[in-house]
Design a protein around this ligand. Structure first.
Ligand code: C2E
Ligand code: MG
Ligand code: MG
Ligand code: MG
Length: 273
């Protein structure tokens, strides 16, 4: 019986692994046409200065509406990365967001624009040229562009990444570490990177109010960031209590459902008219 059972289990896993890879393949095929078919859009999530409560910028978050129904970034971005499609899609994200921020009424607000970068984009030697080109083409000021990268990217491609980050800094842009605290980077990496902002991962912020350990981690990250002369930003702020603690510990900026969800461009614009 055990043997029979084992066999069925094996076939079951096999079948579901197959379904998984078929789904990925299907998504990849649709992704290939996503740009041409105009299926992408951006949602903008406001970033708030915690001392004044004012919106100082926003993070552009990619959305995709293919014919097969909406698929979230956590599912399609890894597929876009593995297939290399993220390079072209990432350029579209940056160009579109810079254009949006150069148009009224956002233009006058001098907002910071945060954009996520994938490791795959860093592997391309054309990244710096492409960023420079988009800034020139749209007129968006480099000092208001903040590129977000994750810790794992720092660890995986250290030398090449540092060099490109230095070149990006030379353009005048800002660099942020996203999801900080989840990527096992050693602190010695941090001091070698020309960073401007640490974004505390939302998993630490979630229980900051009831979990002593999380509260301690968040406090330490804020202290570390300030010690290194960086701005510290909390992700995933959902409650007034979380906000209160973050303010108490002098966290600089916050982002989360408590303030605003990621908004379609029209709704985001309406915050400023
Ligand atoms: P991320 O850069 O860490 O973005 C923050 C994620 O947290 C977003 O998920 C956002 O919608 C979500 N979020 C914001 N506030 C809250 C909150 O209060 N509570 C909770 N639970 N979640 C909140 P989203 O939009 O699904 O994006 C997921 C990830 O996909 C992003 O994580 C980023 O790594 C990646 N991504 C999104 N757009 C792009 C892009 O244009 N390029 C690249 N390379 N990656 C992107
Ligand atoms: Mg991000
Ligand atoms: Mg994050
Ligand atoms: Mg993330």
């Amino acid at each position: 019986l055990a043997k029979q059972h084992g066999r069925n289990t094996f076939e079951f896993y096999n079948a579901s692994a197959n379904a998984q890879s078929l789904r990925r393949l299907n998504i990849e095929n649709h992704l290939r046409h996503g740009l041409a078919r105009n299926e992408f859009s951006l949602a903008y999530q406001p970033q708030v200065d915690l001392a004044s409560g004012r919106i100082i910028g926003a993070e552009a978050l990619l959305r995709w509406m293919p014919a097969i129904g909406p698929i979230g970034p956590d599912e399609f971005i890894p597929i876009a990365e593995n297939s290399g499609l993220i390079v072209e899609i990432g350029e579209w994200v940056m160009r579109t967001a810079c254009r949006d921020f150069m148009a009224a009424p956002l233009h006058e607000r001098k907002l910071l624009l945060a954009i996520n970068l994938s490791a795959r984009q860093f592997k391309k030697t054309t990244l710096v040229d492409s960023v420079r080109g988009i800034l020139a083409e749209t007129g968006f000021p480099a000092e208001r562009l903040e590129l977000e990268i994750t810790e794992s990217m720092l660890v995986e491609h250290f030398e090449k990444t540092v060099k490109q980050m230095q070149e990006l800094k030379n353009l005048g842009i800002r660099l942020a570490i996203d999801d900080f605290g989840t990527g096992f980077s050693s602190l010695s990496y941090l001091k070698r990177f020309p960073m401007d902002t640490l974004k505390i991962d939302k998993s630490f912020v979630a229980d900051i109010y009831d979990n002593q350990n999380d509260a301690c981690i968040v406090r330490s990250i804020i202290g570390l960031g300030h010690g290194l002369n960086l701005k510290v930003q909390a992700e995933g702020v959902e409650t007034a209590q979380q906000l209160e603690l973050l303010q108490l510990h002098q966290c600089d900026r916050g982002q989360g459902y408590f303030f605003h969800k990621p908004l379609p461009i029209d709704e985001f614009r309406r915050l400023f008219v």
